[in-house]
Design a binder for this molecule. Structure first.
Ligand SMILES: [Zn+2]
Length: 385
């Protein structure tokens, strides 16, 4: 494999980058559909020996620094008046596990048999991911995923190896989507993202895998590479899709490296065992760290759909002095996924653009009946990076 890399380099081409166009289809009622049972994954590869890494140390976790544009003038701001947070009275309802039940982990091989996606995800059937010189992303993802499975299984974890189609409301102790990237601009490195609305458990899972993957693989972190497409991953979107994780399943998507970068390929293509160990040790670390009885940690925070009440500045941080990213007119839609003090971190839709940043809570209002959530998707468009 390695000796051919230099030659293959000369023939580098990309059929398609990993990131796909956002899905702009209108929201549909969440109708239970016929279950497409994910087929059993292909033949297992030789099982690697599991060697816990003593050197894995906490690494800085990637922050979602998302591309934004159009810095605009700031409007005059009224004095801050905190708005009480809206918290729906939902009780944590993780599926109870019987004592002694081994933890269950779902490993998704990104893009595998995406042509078999159910009707509700038909728009993603052509999303085959990155490609490099005849190697598909799904092949790379699979070589890593089966090795992760072998490591986890040896450690007593029950593993579901899943293709692009996941079972309805997939319920597990952790869900990890394994992907690789493609770029025409020479980007490299790994990154991990959680769903928009991140439960404490998903964040803990992210931090655990982030603390082992870079150390074990030696690959750099693509610190500013996390995209809207990663956080809006279709499997995360349990409101829109039946074939998605359950609301209480801790979940991350891992972009293991760039298929279009020779140094990254030295790991993700030539050493899938290392990439697998980087992921598997992080998952095991999470399973050891978590409190299986802490149902609240599994619940993502919920906010209603909001709109800007007045002209509002979207800022780079939760402060009136943070850099202005965009100027949203009144009645701009605000999808909140985080809160700090009197500020919401949100995706704000301005015309046909979306901005990720912070808005003051007192400059938002609930949706009117005409703006009812049933008429609009409760999540940003689902994507398949
Ligand atoms: Zn992908």
């Amino acid at each position: 494999m390695r000796q051919s890399l230099a030659i293959i380099l000369l023939h580098l081409f990309i059929v398609s980058a990993c990131a796909s166009a956002p899905d702009l289809q209108p929201a549909e009622a969440l109708l239970p559909t016929a279950t497409t049972a994910p087929s059993t994954p292909p033949e297992p590869l030789p099982s690697p020996t599991y060697q816990p890494s003593p050197t894995a140390s906490p690494a800085r976790v990637a922050q979602a620094a998302l591309p934004v544009s159009d810095v605009v003038a700031e409007p005059a701001l009224p004095s801050p008046t905190p708005t009480p947070m809206t918290v729906p009275g939902i009780i944590p309802t993780p599926t109870p596990r019987l004592p002694g039940t081994p933890p269950r982990v779902g490993l998704q091989i990104g893009h595998l048999r995406s042509n078999e996606l159910p009707d509700e995800q038909a728009h993603l059937r052509t999303s085959t991911g990155a490609r490099w010189n005849g190697i598909t992303e799904a092949q790379v993802n699979e070589a890593i995923a089966v090795r992760v499975r072998d490591i986890l299984t040896a450690a007593g974890v029950e593993v579901d190896l899943l293709p692009a189609t996941v079972p309805p409301s997939y319920d597990a102790d952790a869900f990890v989507a394994i992907h690789a990237d493609g770029s025409v601009e020479g980007a490299r490195g790994w990154k991990i993202a959680t769903p928009w609305r991140t439960s404490a458990a998903s964040r803990m899972l992210l931090e655990a895998v982030a603390s082992t993957y870079g150390v074990i693989t030696g690959l750099p972190e693509d610190r500013n590479g996390i995209t809207i497409n990663m956080r809006g991953y279709y499997v995360f979107n349990y409101r829109r899709h039946t074939h998605a994780i359950a609301r209480t399943t801790p979940a991350i998507i891992v972009e293991t490296g760039f298929l279009t970068n020779a140094a990254d390929r030295e790991i993700i293509v030539a050493r899938p065992d290392l990439a697998a160990r980087g992921i598997a040790e992080g998952i095991l670390k999470y399973l050891n760290q978590r409190d299986p009885n802490d149902g609240a940690a599994l619940l993502p925070p919920e906010w209603p759909i909001l709109y800007t009440r007045v002209e509002t500045v979207v800022r780079a941080g939760p402060s009136d002095t943070a850099r202005a990213l965009a100027n949203a007119p009144a009645d701009s839609r605000v999808f909140v996924f985080n809160q700090q003090d009197d500020w919401y971190e949100a995706m704000v839709r301005v015309g046909d653009k979306r901005f990720i940043g912070w808005v003051r809570a007192d400059q938002t209002r609930p949706a009117t009946p005409e703006e009812t959530p049933s008429a609009q998707p409760a999540e940003p468009p689902a994507t398949n990076p």
